[in-house]
Ligand binder design. Structure first.
Ligand code: COA
Length: 383
């Protein structure tokens, strides 16, 4: 396997982008990434998206987006793994270069969610239709059940859940690409509209439009181009049951623990060696559970950790979601996994501005689909 690096990144702002179509957003972010990387061509591309078909009536997105980007006839594939689609697209690009098949690959993600589709219904296609959705539950309800179980088992409190959103909005207020750049308070979260008990509006990631792209190439080539780059030191993926009720535990996401174990082994590091992480906070409880399953905190203590400030940028043991996370930066589902890699790139190349983590050398990105039925983890290192 060859060493692989990320040499360029580009994204749109995330939010309600009424004036931009799905293809506009993808091309904007892809051109930024290609220009930023300094390459004069790409050998192939992967695009992560949950459902161009249900959101905007457009499938065959590999071909559509390659056409609009003007890169025909290179191979172009659409990748789908629910909200982990972007992370899995990145992994495919990584594997293609590591195997020696290609030298320069674009990995992107895009979603146009605000064009009138019933978003909750479209997203619910990623859960178990027969045993979950048929009975009326959707993702806020599924994560609410995880939250109830965590609160019951470990005495996690509403205030601890709210602390995740407060921290992520604070970080997002410093990110020019974030959908919500306003700071919020614990009281504001606790008094926001109830969505699925105990989760309130401000515990939830929003509905968003956006696209993000990165260019990967072999380490050899990056040296010749002498560009700022970061090295992929682990790429791991795992799956779990699609339905929540089939799991041994509601408070541990097995796809996360298994992918994490593989990733740490590949990178030859321990959780304590990771300097910061972008994790999949689709709901506040998800960040708490994942921070435990990644081994940053003991099981059951993730809520207390965020409340004590252990995951904040200033002086935290392990800053989490420095970009603002899905909660504040936004969650255009297919683009999220790639946007996480972009935050790793900005942090590891010292370009994160007001959000910069001191001495950032190793970053981890954890992206998951559904209620954790798929999970992909990447660890990257400053070069
Ligand atoms: N965080 C902060 N503010 C939000 C928000 C969020 N998650 N969602 C909406 N808002 C704001 C809107 O900007 C709007 O503000 P305005 O009145 O100043 O314009 C207001 O709250 C009402 O927005 P609206 O679009 O009517 O909310 P909604 O009730 O239709 O949707 C949720 C709210 C939480 C149900 C929706 O954002 C949601 O489904 N989120 C989860 C998405 C998801 O499941 N993703 C996949 C995870 S697996």
């Amino acid at each position: 396997m060859r060493d692989v690096v990320v040499i360029g990144v580009g994204m749109t702002k995330f939010g309600e982008l009424w004036a931009k179509s799905l293809r506009d957003m993808f091309v904007e972010s892809a051109l930024k990434a290609i220009q930023n990387s300094g390459v004069d061509h790409i050998d192939s591309m992967y695009v992560g998206t949950i459902s161009g078909g249900l959101f905007v009536g457009q499938e065959h997105l590999g071909a559509v987006l390659a056409d609009y980007l003007g890169v025909n006839p290179i191979p172009a594939s659409r990748v789908e793994s629910a909200c982990a689609s972007g992370g899995v697209a990145f992994r495919q690009a990584f594997l293609e270069i590591a195997s020696g098949q290609s030298d320069i690959v674009l990995a992107g993600g895009v979603e146009k969610m605000t064009d009138g589709a019933d978003v909750t219904e479209v997203l619910a296609t990623a859960a178990d239709q027969e045993y979950e959705i048929y009975h009326g539950i959707t993702f806020p309800g599924l994560y609410a059940m995880i939250a109830q179980a965590h609160m019951h088992q470990f005495k996690t409190t509403h205030r601890q859940l709210a602390a995740v959103s407060v921290k992520n909005h604070k970080n997002g207020s410093k990110n020019p690409n974030a959908q919500f750049r306003s700071e919020i308070t614990i009281d504001k979260v606790l008094n926001s509209t109830l969505v699925a008990d105990p989760l309130r509006l401000l515990d939830c990631s929003p509905v968003s439009d956006g696209a993000a792209c990165v260019v990967l190439c072999s380490m050899e080539l990056a040296k010749k181009l002498s560009k700022n780059s970061i090295k992929v030191i682990a790429s791991a993926q795992a799956s779990d049951t699609i339905a929540l009720h089939s799991r041994e535990s509601l408070t541990t996401l097995k796809s996360v623990t298994i992918a994490a174990e593989k990733a740490y082994k590949q990178a030859k590091i321990k959780p304590s060696n990771v300097n910061f992480a972008e994790v999949h906070d689709c709901f506040s409880i998800a960040e708490i559970v994942v921070s435990e399953d990644l081994g940053f905190f003991d099981k059951g203590s993730g809520g207390a950790a965020v409340e004590k400030g252990l995951t904040s940028i200033d002086g935290g043991k392990i800053p989490i979601n420095t970009s603002g996370g899905l909660k504040s930066k936004g969650h255009p589902v297919g683009a999220t996994g790639i946007a996480q890699i972009i935050e790793l790139y900005e942090q590891l190349t010292g370009q994160a501005g007001e959000r910069q983590v001191k001495n950032a050398h190793i970053g981890l990105a954890q992206n998951m689909g559904g209620s954790g039925a798929s999970c992909v983890i990447h660890i990257l290192e400053a070069v």
